[in-house]
Design a protein around this ligand. Structure first.
Ligand code: ZN
Ligand code: ZN
Length: 246
């Protein structure tokens, strides 16, 4: 079931819980190894996988991230597929064809695999917002199975952009080269800027699967610092509780 929504600046923000589970054996590591030096225990990490629906008063619908995808998705080797994104959307009365804008925080397979369904765009009438740097770095399955099928609907941005009324994206690189976060009112949908709450206390705590751990830590410190100064509400991808006010 979707988590409880909140409303900010006239936009309802609903966390859609695509999946909950540990990573598959291929890349699973205890928390202590995922976040080296964090002091976290030698225990398994059970993640939530959240996408976010932004519903503006005017009826405009924006989806942030598309989850782990179906049984045969590029995430199937390591994530608890199939994801339940489409059931989550149905539970809040939304059909995929009604989505106007899809923002992809980045192209990792647990955030972007739901862009396709049966080889075509899952959200037939949507623009898919992606940072230029993320597109430039795309290769392999991310390029062939996720980007290529939505090529005709891509809306490529660089840095900061307003992608729907009141909805802004900001480049926040490090986890991937073109990783972006989304702002709407007080809310920041943070993608994989932070993976675990331990990084809120110490943004310097590295994550094993950041593409560039140093850049990711730098970006995390900078962005979290700015968000903390305005007491923003984080909407996280992988925490058990989706919302958290800094
Ligand atoms: Zn959840
Ligand atoms: Zn990621």
């Amino acid at each position: 079931m979707p988590h409880q929504p909140i409303t900010v600046s006239g936009v309802e923000v609903t966390p859609l819980c695509d999946a909950v589970g540990p990573m598959g054996a291929a890349i699973r590591r205890p928390l202590a190894e995922m976040f080296p030096g964090s002091g976290l225990p030698d225990e398994p990490w059970v993640l939530h996988f959240h996408c976010y629906l932004l519903r503006a008063a005017a009826g405009r619908l924006t989806l942030v991230d598309t989850g782990i995808g179906g049984a045969d998705s590029p995430a199937s080797s390591w994530a608890p597929v199939p994801g339940t994104l489409f059931g989550e959307l149905a539970a809040v009365g939304v059909t995929p064809a009604e989505i106007d804008t899809v923002v992809l925080t980045h192209l990792h397979s647990d955030h972007a695999s739901g862009v396709v369904l049966d080889g075509g765009p899952a959200f037939a009438n949507a623009r898919y917002v992606l940072q230029q740097a993320e597109l430039d770095a795309a290769q392999g399955q991310a390029l062939d199975r996720l980007v290529t099928p939505i090529k005709g609907q891509l809306h490529v941005v660089e840095g900061q952009a307003e992608v729907a009324p009141g909805v802004h994206v900001h480049l926040a690189p490090g986890h991937t080269p073109g990783h972006q976060i989304v702002r709407v009112g007080d809310v920041a949908v943070t993608g994989d800027l932070v993976l675990h709450p331990v990084q809120l206390d110490d943004p310097g705590v590295r994550y094993l699967y950041d593409d560039d751990q140093e850049a990711a830590a730098r970006t995390r410190a900078e962005v979290l610092g700015a968000l903390r100064a305005e007491r923003a509400i984080l909407a996280t991808a992988h925490f058990s509780e989706p919302f958290l006010r800094l």
